[in-house]
Design a protein around this ligand. Structure first.
Ligand code: ZN
Length: 144
């Protein structure tokens, strides 16, 4: 029996500090249909913190809270560990867009590679942030 996610977040003493901030380029297109851009720092006890950009849809009016931000990070983290090719086919990225028209070689910095890189990096940070509570949080977030 897993604890409801917001309750688990409280039990772990995780708090969110959100401020308005522009999204990094690879996420910025989320704002096309409205919504707001945030930078959120999650804190847990002394010395453990994690800062992430966060997009919030137009139907939310309050700043994002710890449970929503962390569940979103966990959802991303659960798709980490794929190769770049697997990631592209899983999420329907079009590889042709990512190849230089000039040389026919993959671009070093296409949007999907940037997104994949950020998901991989953030997944490691989320694991470090949650430590031994990672698996339980992952499980509980699935039902949130
Ligand atoms: Zn690409």
């Amino acid at each position: 029996m897993t604890m409801p996610f917001p309750q688990l977040v409280r039990a772990l003493g995780i708090t969110a500090h959100a401020k308005r901030a522009p999204l990094p380029k690879y996420l910025a297109e989320n704002l096309r249909y409205g919504g707001t851009a945030w930078s959120v720092t999650l804190r847990r006890g002394p010395g453990r913190s994690l800062t992430t950009p966060f997009f919030q849809g137009p139907f939310y009016h309050d700043p994002p809270d710890a449970a929503r931000v962390l569940s979103s990070l966990l959802s991303d983290a659960s798709s980490a560990g794929m190769s770049f090719g697997e990631f592209c086919s899983e999420f329907g990225y079009d590889h042709d867009e990512c190849v230089s028209q000039h040389t026919g070689r993959p671009l070093k910095r296409c949007r999907c590679r940037t997104t994949w890189g950020h998901i991989e990096k953030m997944a490691r940070k989320v694991r470090a942030f949650l430590g031994a509570d990672y698996e339980e949080a992952l499980e509980s977030a699935r039902e949130f």
